[in-house]
Design a protein around this ligand. Structure first.
Ligand code: NAP
Length: 286
Protein backbone atom coordinates (compact mmCIF):
# COMPACT_ATOMS: atom_id res chain seq x y z
CA UNK A 1 0.00 0.00 0.00
CA UNK A 2 1.01 3.58 -0.49
CA UNK A 3 0.59 5.14 2.99
CA UNK A 4 0.72 8.85 3.74
CA UNK A 5 1.74 9.48 7.37
CA UNK A 6 1.19 12.86 9.08
CA UNK A 7 3.36 13.87 12.03
CA UNK A 8 6.01 11.53 10.60
CA UNK A 9 8.79 13.26 12.55
CA UNK A 10 6.97 12.83 15.88
CA UNK A 11 7.39 10.13 18.52
CA UNK A 12 4.73 7.75 17.23
CA UNK A 13 4.89 8.94 13.60
CA UNK A 14 8.60 8.13 13.26
CA UNK A 15 8.04 4.67 14.77
CA UNK A 16 5.18 4.03 12.33
CA UNK A 17 7.51 4.97 9.47
CA UNK A 18 10.24 2.66 10.83
CA UNK A 19 7.88 -0.31 11.16
CA UNK A 20 5.94 0.12 7.91
CA UNK A 21 8.59 1.21 5.42
CA UNK A 22 9.81 -2.32 4.63
CA UNK A 23 6.34 -3.51 3.62
CA UNK A 24 4.73 -0.37 2.24
CA UNK A 25 5.44 2.66 0.10
CA UNK A 26 5.58 5.46 2.68
CA UNK A 27 5.13 9.21 2.14
CA UNK A 28 6.16 11.18 5.22
CA UNK A 29 4.54 14.51 6.07
CA UNK A 30 5.03 16.87 9.01
CA UNK A 31 4.80 20.55 9.73
CA UNK A 32 8.61 20.73 10.07
CA UNK A 33 11.45 18.21 10.33
CA UNK A 34 13.37 15.94 8.02
CA UNK A 35 10.43 14.61 6.04
CA UNK A 36 9.65 14.54 2.34
CA UNK A 37 6.49 16.69 2.53
CA UNK A 38 5.76 19.72 4.68
CA UNK A 39 2.11 19.88 5.67
CA UNK A 40 0.24 22.05 8.13
CA UNK A 41 -2.91 20.03 8.75
CA UNK A 42 -4.84 23.15 9.76
CA UNK A 43 -4.62 24.30 6.10
CA UNK A 44 -7.42 22.52 4.22
CA UNK A 45 -6.15 23.42 0.72
CA UNK A 46 -2.69 22.08 1.61
CA UNK A 47 -4.26 18.80 2.86
CA UNK A 48 -6.34 18.46 -0.27
CA UNK A 49 -3.36 19.21 -2.57
CA UNK A 50 -1.04 16.73 -0.83
CA UNK A 51 -3.60 13.92 -0.87
CA UNK A 52 -4.26 14.62 -4.58
CA UNK A 53 -0.51 14.63 -5.32
CA UNK A 54 0.37 11.45 -3.38
CA UNK A 55 -2.88 9.54 -4.02
CA UNK A 56 -2.31 7.27 -1.04
CA UNK A 57 -4.18 4.02 -0.46
CA UNK A 58 -4.28 4.85 3.26
CA UNK A 59 -3.79 7.88 5.50
CA UNK A 60 -2.25 7.41 8.95
CA UNK A 61 -2.77 10.47 11.12
CA UNK A 62 -0.80 10.69 14.38
CA UNK A 63 0.02 14.43 13.91
CA UNK A 64 -1.29 16.64 16.68
CA UNK A 65 -0.47 19.56 18.91
CA UNK A 66 0.39 17.38 21.91
CA UNK A 67 1.46 20.14 24.32
CA UNK A 68 -1.48 19.72 26.71
CA UNK A 69 -0.57 22.82 28.72
CA UNK A 70 -0.15 24.84 25.51
CA UNK A 71 -3.62 23.65 24.46
CA UNK A 72 -5.05 24.88 27.80
CA UNK A 73 -3.50 28.31 27.24
CA UNK A 74 -4.63 28.52 23.59
CA UNK A 75 -7.73 26.31 23.12
CA UNK A 76 -8.54 27.89 19.75
CA UNK A 77 -5.19 26.81 18.32
CA UNK A 78 -5.75 23.32 19.79
CA UNK A 79 -9.12 23.08 18.09
CA UNK A 80 -7.71 24.37 14.80
CA UNK A 81 -4.94 21.75 14.67
CA UNK A 82 -6.31 18.70 16.49
CA UNK A 83 -10.01 19.13 15.73
CA UNK A 84 -10.43 21.00 12.47
CA UNK A 85 -7.09 19.71 11.13
CA UNK A 86 -8.34 16.15 11.49
CA UNK A 87 -11.57 17.21 9.76
CA UNK A 88 -9.50 18.64 6.89
CA UNK A 89 -7.75 15.31 6.36
CA UNK A 90 -11.05 13.43 6.69
CA UNK A 91 -12.58 15.57 3.94
CA UNK A 92 -9.49 15.27 1.73
CA UNK A 93 -9.52 11.45 1.97
CA UNK A 94 -13.29 10.86 1.94
CA UNK A 95 -13.60 12.30 -1.57
CA UNK A 96 -11.60 9.38 -2.99
CA UNK A 97 -12.75 6.72 -0.51
CA UNK A 98 -9.29 6.58 1.11
CA UNK A 99 -9.39 4.93 4.57
CA UNK A 100 -7.91 6.95 7.42
CA UNK A 101 -6.65 6.16 10.93
CA UNK A 102 -6.60 8.90 13.57
CA UNK A 103 -4.69 8.58 16.82
CA UNK A 104 -6.70 9.94 19.75
CA UNK A 105 -6.25 9.92 23.49
CA UNK A 106 -7.43 8.71 26.92
CA UNK A 107 -8.02 12.41 27.68
CA UNK A 108 -11.33 12.35 25.76
CA UNK A 109 -12.77 10.82 28.96
CA UNK A 110 -13.58 12.76 32.13
CA UNK A 111 -11.84 10.31 34.46
CA UNK A 112 -14.81 9.96 36.80
CA UNK A 113 -15.23 6.19 36.30
CA UNK A 114 -14.11 3.56 38.79
CA UNK A 115 -13.50 1.02 36.02
CA UNK A 116 -11.58 1.05 32.76
CA UNK A 117 -13.23 2.89 29.86
CA UNK A 118 -14.26 0.71 26.95
CA UNK A 119 -14.64 1.82 23.33
CA UNK A 120 -18.40 2.09 23.98
CA UNK A 121 -18.19 4.63 26.81
CA UNK A 122 -19.16 8.21 26.03
CA UNK A 123 -16.34 10.76 25.92
CA UNK A 124 -16.66 13.86 28.09
CA UNK A 125 -13.37 15.76 27.97
CA UNK A 126 -12.49 18.08 30.85
CA UNK A 127 -9.59 20.01 29.29
CA UNK A 128 -8.83 21.81 26.01
CA UNK A 129 -6.50 19.13 24.64
CA UNK A 130 -9.06 16.38 25.31
CA UNK A 131 -11.83 18.47 23.77
CA UNK A 132 -9.79 19.19 20.63
CA UNK A 133 -8.94 15.50 20.18
CA UNK A 134 -12.59 14.50 20.68
CA UNK A 135 -13.63 17.13 18.14
CA UNK A 136 -11.19 15.43 15.73
CA UNK A 137 -12.81 12.04 16.42
CA UNK A 138 -16.26 13.39 15.58
CA UNK A 139 -15.05 15.31 12.52
CA UNK A 140 -13.51 12.13 11.13
CA UNK A 141 -16.49 9.90 11.96
CA UNK A 142 -18.94 12.33 10.36
CA UNK A 143 -17.00 12.82 7.14
CA UNK A 144 -15.11 9.64 6.27
CA UNK A 145 -16.93 6.34 6.98
CA UNK A 146 -13.76 4.34 6.26
CA UNK A 147 -12.09 5.33 9.53
CA UNK A 148 -10.28 3.90 12.51
CA UNK A 149 -10.04 5.90 15.74
CA UNK A 150 -7.24 4.58 17.94
CA UNK A 151 -7.12 5.91 21.50
CA UNK A 152 -3.73 5.65 23.18
CA UNK A 153 -2.33 6.85 26.50
CA UNK A 154 1.00 7.96 28.09
CA UNK A 155 3.33 7.13 25.23
CA UNK A 156 6.98 6.41 25.94
CA UNK A 157 9.33 6.52 22.97
CA UNK A 158 13.01 6.44 22.10
CA UNK A 159 14.74 9.72 21.43
CA UNK A 160 11.84 11.92 22.42
CA UNK A 161 10.87 14.17 25.27
CA UNK A 162 8.88 11.82 27.50
CA UNK A 163 7.82 11.53 31.10
CA UNK A 164 10.26 8.62 31.57
CA UNK A 165 13.25 10.55 30.19
CA UNK A 166 12.32 13.54 32.36
CA UNK A 167 12.11 11.40 35.51
CA UNK A 168 15.41 9.64 34.80
CA UNK A 169 17.09 12.94 33.92
CA UNK A 170 15.99 14.43 37.25
CA UNK A 171 17.14 11.31 39.14
CA UNK A 172 20.57 11.43 37.48
CA UNK A 173 20.88 15.11 38.35
CA UNK A 174 19.94 14.31 41.97
CA UNK A 175 16.92 16.62 41.81
CA UNK A 176 14.05 16.02 44.27
CA UNK A 177 11.11 14.25 42.61
CA UNK A 178 7.41 14.97 43.16
CA UNK A 179 4.94 12.86 41.18
CA UNK A 180 1.14 12.72 41.07
CA UNK A 181 -0.67 9.74 42.61
CA UNK A 182 -4.23 10.42 41.42
CA UNK A 183 -3.73 10.41 37.66
CA UNK A 184 -4.11 6.85 36.38
CA UNK A 185 -3.94 5.29 32.92
CA UNK A 186 -1.98 2.82 30.77
CA UNK A 187 1.70 3.58 30.02
CA UNK A 188 2.20 2.58 26.37
CA UNK A 189 5.35 1.88 24.33
CA UNK A 190 5.24 3.57 20.92
CA UNK A 191 6.86 0.50 19.33
CA UNK A 192 4.03 -1.75 20.59
CA UNK A 193 1.38 0.75 19.52
CA UNK A 194 2.91 1.09 16.04
CA UNK A 195 2.95 -2.70 15.66
CA UNK A 196 -0.71 -2.90 16.72
CA UNK A 197 -1.66 -0.15 14.26
CA UNK A 198 0.23 -1.95 11.48
CA UNK A 199 -1.91 -5.02 12.22
CA UNK A 200 -5.17 -3.06 12.49
CA UNK A 201 -4.94 -1.27 9.14
CA UNK A 202 -4.89 -4.62 7.32
CA UNK A 203 -8.26 -5.66 8.79
CA UNK A 204 -10.76 -3.19 7.27
CA UNK A 205 -12.61 -3.53 10.61
CA UNK A 206 -13.29 0.19 10.89
CA UNK A 207 -14.29 1.70 14.25
CA UNK A 208 -12.97 2.80 17.63
CA UNK A 209 -10.08 0.98 19.34
CA UNK A 210 -8.29 1.35 22.67
CA UNK A 211 -4.73 0.25 21.90
CA UNK A 212 -2.64 0.52 25.06
CA UNK A 213 -0.25 -1.72 26.93
CA UNK A 214 -2.15 -3.80 29.47
CA UNK A 215 -2.47 -2.56 33.04
CA UNK A 216 -3.16 0.88 34.47
CA UNK A 217 -1.12 2.67 37.14
CA UNK A 218 -0.70 6.12 38.64
CA UNK A 219 2.05 8.42 37.42
CA UNK A 220 3.74 7.84 40.78
CA UNK A 221 3.71 4.04 40.33
CA UNK A 222 4.95 4.43 36.75
CA UNK A 223 7.84 6.64 37.90
CA UNK A 224 8.64 4.32 40.84
CA UNK A 225 8.84 1.24 38.61
CA UNK A 226 10.96 3.08 36.03
CA UNK A 227 13.43 4.30 38.68
CA UNK A 228 13.65 0.86 40.29
CA UNK A 229 14.36 -0.73 36.90
CA UNK A 230 16.94 1.92 36.02
CA UNK A 231 18.94 1.41 39.24
CA UNK A 232 17.53 4.30 41.29
CA UNK A 233 15.61 2.19 43.82
CA UNK A 234 16.93 4.36 46.68
CA UNK A 235 15.72 7.60 45.13
CA UNK A 236 12.60 8.83 47.00
CA UNK A 237 9.61 10.20 45.08
CA UNK A 238 7.28 12.51 46.98
CA UNK A 239 3.59 11.70 46.46
CA UNK A 240 1.47 14.67 45.41
CA UNK A 241 -2.08 15.14 44.06
CA UNK A 242 -3.11 16.50 40.63
CA UNK A 243 -4.04 19.82 42.22
CA UNK A 244 -0.60 20.24 43.82
CA UNK A 245 1.15 19.95 40.45
CA UNK A 246 0.61 23.51 39.32
CA UNK A 247 0.03 23.43 35.56
CA UNK A 248 -2.41 25.00 33.09
CA UNK A 249 -4.09 21.71 32.05
CA UNK A 250 -5.81 19.54 34.67
CA UNK A 251 -5.59 15.89 33.55
CA UNK A 252 -8.56 13.57 34.13
CA UNK A 253 -8.14 11.37 37.22
CA UNK A 254 -8.83 7.78 36.17
CA UNK A 255 -8.71 7.00 32.46
CA UNK A 256 -7.60 3.39 32.31
CA UNK A 257 -8.52 2.09 28.85
CA UNK A 258 -9.85 -1.40 28.18
CA UNK A 259 -8.97 -2.92 24.82
CA UNK A 260 -12.13 -4.84 23.94
CA UNK A 261 -12.45 -4.16 20.21
CA UNK A 262 -8.81 -4.88 19.31
CA UNK A 263 -8.66 -8.01 21.48
CA UNK A 264 -11.78 -9.35 19.74
CA UNK A 265 -9.84 -9.43 16.45
CA UNK A 266 -6.58 -10.68 17.96
CA UNK A 267 -4.80 -7.34 18.53
CA UNK A 268 -3.38 -7.12 22.04
CA UNK A 269 -0.49 -5.23 23.58
CA UNK A 270 1.66 -6.83 26.29
CA UNK A 271 1.58 -5.64 29.93
CA UNK A 272 3.20 -2.22 30.37
CA UNK A 273 5.90 -3.42 32.78
CA UNK A 274 7.13 -5.91 30.19
CA UNK A 275 7.02 -3.17 27.56
CA UNK A 276 9.01 -0.77 29.75
CA UNK A 277 11.68 -3.43 30.36
CA UNK A 278 11.92 -3.94 26.58
CA UNK A 279 12.18 -0.17 26.15
CA UNK A 280 15.11 0.00 28.62
CA UNK A 281 16.86 -2.92 26.91
CA UNK A 282 16.48 -1.19 23.54
CA UNK A 283 17.69 2.13 25.04
CA UNK A 284 20.86 0.37 26.24
CA UNK A 285 21.53 -0.82 22.67
CA UNK A 286 20.92 2.60 21.08
N1 NAP B 1 2.31 11.41 23.83
C1 NAP B 1 1.35 10.82 24.54
O1 NAP B 1 1.52 10.48 25.70
C2 NAP B 1 0.01 10.53 23.88
C3 NAP B 1 -0.99 9.91 24.64
C4 NAP B 1 -2.23 9.61 24.03
C5 NAP B 1 -2.43 9.95 22.72
N2 NAP B 1 -1.47 10.58 22.01
C6 NAP B 1 -1.74 10.92 20.61
O2 NAP B 1 -0.84 10.16 19.83
C7 NAP B 1 -0.45 10.89 18.67
C8 NAP B 1 1.06 10.89 18.56
O3 NAP B 1 1.60 11.48 19.74
P1 NAP B 1 3.16 11.79 19.85
O4 NAP B 1 3.48 11.81 21.29
O5 NAP B 1 3.92 10.92 18.91
O6 NAP B 1 3.18 13.30 19.31
P2 NAP B 1 4.42 14.19 18.88
O7 NAP B 1 5.71 13.53 19.14
O8 NAP B 1 4.18 15.54 19.45
O9 NAP B 1 4.22 14.23 17.28
C9 NAP B 1 3.20 14.96 16.68
C10 NAP B 1 3.75 15.53 15.40
O10 NAP B 1 2.74 16.35 14.79
C11 NAP B 1 3.36 17.56 14.38
N3 NAP B 1 2.41 18.68 14.25
C12 NAP B 1 2.07 19.60 15.19
N4 NAP B 1 1.24 20.52 14.64
C13 NAP B 1 1.05 20.16 13.35
C14 NAP B 1 0.33 20.73 12.27
N5 NAP B 1 -0.39 21.85 12.43
N6 NAP B 1 0.39 20.11 11.06
C15 NAP B 1 1.10 18.99 10.90
N7 NAP B 1 1.83 18.40 11.86
C16 NAP B 1 1.80 18.99 13.08
C17 NAP B 1 4.39 17.82 15.46
O11 NAP B 1 5.32 18.78 15.05
P3 NAP B 1 6.02 19.71 16.20
O12 NAP B 1 6.78 18.76 17.07
O13 NAP B 1 6.87 20.63 15.40
O14 NAP B 1 4.90 20.38 16.93
C18 NAP B 1 4.97 16.43 15.64
O15 NAP B 1 5.98 16.14 14.71
C19 NAP B 1 -1.08 12.27 18.82
O16 NAP B 1 -2.21 12.34 18.00
C20 NAP B 1 -1.47 12.37 20.27
O17 NAP B 1 -2.60 13.20 20.46
C21 NAP B 1 -0.25 10.87 22.55
Amino acid sequence: MKILITGAAGRLGSQLVAQLEDRHDIAEADIVGAVSHNLDISDYDACRRLVAEIQPDFLLHPAAWTDVDGCALDPTKALKINGLGTGNLAAATAKSGIPMLYVSTNEVFDGAHDRAYTEHDAPNPINAYGYSKWYGERALAQVNPRHYIVRAAWLFAHGGRNFIQAILGAARAGKPLRVVTNEVTNPTYTNDLAAAIAQLIETERFGIYHLVNEGAVSRWQFARFALDEAGFADMPIQRISRHEWNRPSLPPEYTALANLAGASIGIRLRPWREALRAFFEAEARI
